[in-house]
Design a protein around this ligand. Structure first.
Ligand SMILES: [Zn+2]
Length: 414
């Protein structure tokens, strides 16, 4: 009976430390007095555990607040500089590696472009390993807790970190094991990129405090992260949230997943640009990559629509067929996106939908009201009326930041 009792005491101590650490991480700075109701711990325990965390350098004092009639109370917070974490975003156009402090402030970054069609595991792993080494050189001697990686596709749970990513041509690649062999002794955690972005927006962005939310990731591809009852919803095989491959049009445009008519084929950056090139009869936009192309397309559509609304109606309509094609494709994209969001509203009844990903942010920053209106016109009244649809707050590097939260999550769990 000795061993279990010993373990129970140790678990209880870890439990207390974890409860305090989590309260201070997510809601700090707090005084020791604030921590009692926040953690359900006694003042003696709070005093003991915070003393240990201060001595370890995990916590720091953050000023004082006056209390009614008593002594001023010292505020405590997690010291963001106590340790570093690495977040990696493997996207279709680049591998982005960031060194972050515990509050996800960037300390260093490295980026490696991925050429179209060059997404083989060896190339991606070389970029990740090179990027991690590059940013670790900037760690200034602070301990590095581990590496989190956000990947497209389906990430199987387990020690091998197996990836199935059709867009990359990967079928059951044990990326976790391959990276751990290269990055030892750093722990490596892998998760789907939409899930990592969702967790970053939930922790520090537009999703803060939401219990039922969907975070939509729109880049070259399209995914989502469903939050149900405050937790990420993964499904039986961790592929839940593959919103990009829900059907928008039976027998519609071919999708990279092998099916036809998927949402991704209409609102993913690649799908939007392909539709424009076909409509305008041109072979390229800027030649500078998808991000520059989509920006150009959205600008061109906005310019055309503005000229239609001005006095020069006829000259704009007759003299700018490419502008007209751009405006038509972007308007249609807004409509498809609204219909896709309506499906999320009807299926999950979220209080909040966050539109993120680099292409999603570009669309939301220009056409949010139209996207909201389109979502309203395709959804049931009640779930639409009770939900907010907002752009993400963390910007296009939310996937890398979210990947770092995989490491921080372990740290906060003792
Ligand atoms: Zn598809």
């Amino acid at each position: 009976m000795e061993a279990p009792r010993h373990r129970t005491t140790r678990d209880l101590k870890l439990g207390n430390r974890m409860r305090l650490l989590r309260a201070l991480y997510f809601d700090g700075p707090l005084t020791r007095r604030d921590l009692a109701p926040a953690t359900d711990l006694s003042t003696a325990t709070i005093s003991n555990v915070t003393a240990g965390l201060l001595a370890d350098g995990v916590l720091r004092e953050a000023g004082k607040v006056e209390s009614d009639g008593g002594r001023p109370q010292i505020l405590l917070e997690v010291d963001p500089g106590h340790a570093r974490v690495v977040g990696v975003d493997v996207g279709e156009t680049q591998v982005r590696v960031e060194l972050l402090d515990l509050k996800l402030a960037e300390r260093a970054r490295a980026r490696y472009a991925l050429a179209p069609g060059r997404h083989d595991p060896a190339t991606v792993i070389e970029h990740i390993v090179a990027g991690v080494k590059e940013v670790l050189a900037e760690a200034d001697g602070a301990p590095v807790l581990g590496v989190g990686v956000g990947m497209p596709g389906i990430v199987e749970y387990g020690p091998e970190g197996v990836i199935h990513a059709k867009a990359f041509g990967w079928d059951a690649v044990p990326l976790g094991r391959m990276l751990m062999e290269r990055l030892d002794p750093l722990p490596v955690h892998i998760e789907n990129g939409a899930m990592t972005m969702g967790q970053a927006e939930l922790w520090f962005g537009a999703g803060r405090g939401a219990d039922n939310a969907v975070i939509a990731l729109i880049g070259s591809g399209v995914g989502s992260c469903v939050v149900a009852g405050g937790a990420l919803y993964r499904g039986a095989g961790s592929s839940a949230g593959e919103w990009g491959h829900t059907t928008m049009a039976v027998a519609g445009r071919p999708c990279r997943c092998g099916c036809r008519g998927c949402l991704e084929a209409y609102v993913g950056a690649e799908g939007i640009l392909d539709r424009y090139l076909a409509a305008a009869g041109v072979v390229e936009l800027t030649g500078e990559g998808e991000e520059a192309d989509l920006e150009r397309l959205l600008d061109s559509a906005a310019h055309y629509s503005a000229s239609l609304n001005s006095a020069s109606h006829d000259s704009a309509a007759s003299g700018d067929p490419r502008g007209a094609a751009a405006a038509a494709v972007v308007d249609e994209t807004v409509e498809y996106l609204g219909a896709g969001l309506a499906d999320l509203l009807n299926l999950f009844n979220p209080e909040l939908i966050v539109i993120g990903g680099w292409a999603g942010l570009m669309l939301a920053h220009r056409r949010l009201a139209d996207i909201q209106a389109a979502a309203g016109s395709y959804s049931l009244g009640q779930p639409f009326a009770t939900a907010r649809i907002v752009p993400g707050l963390l910007g296009p590097d939310a996937v890398a930041k979210g990947a770092a939260t995989l490491v921080i999550e372990r740290f906060l769990s003792g």
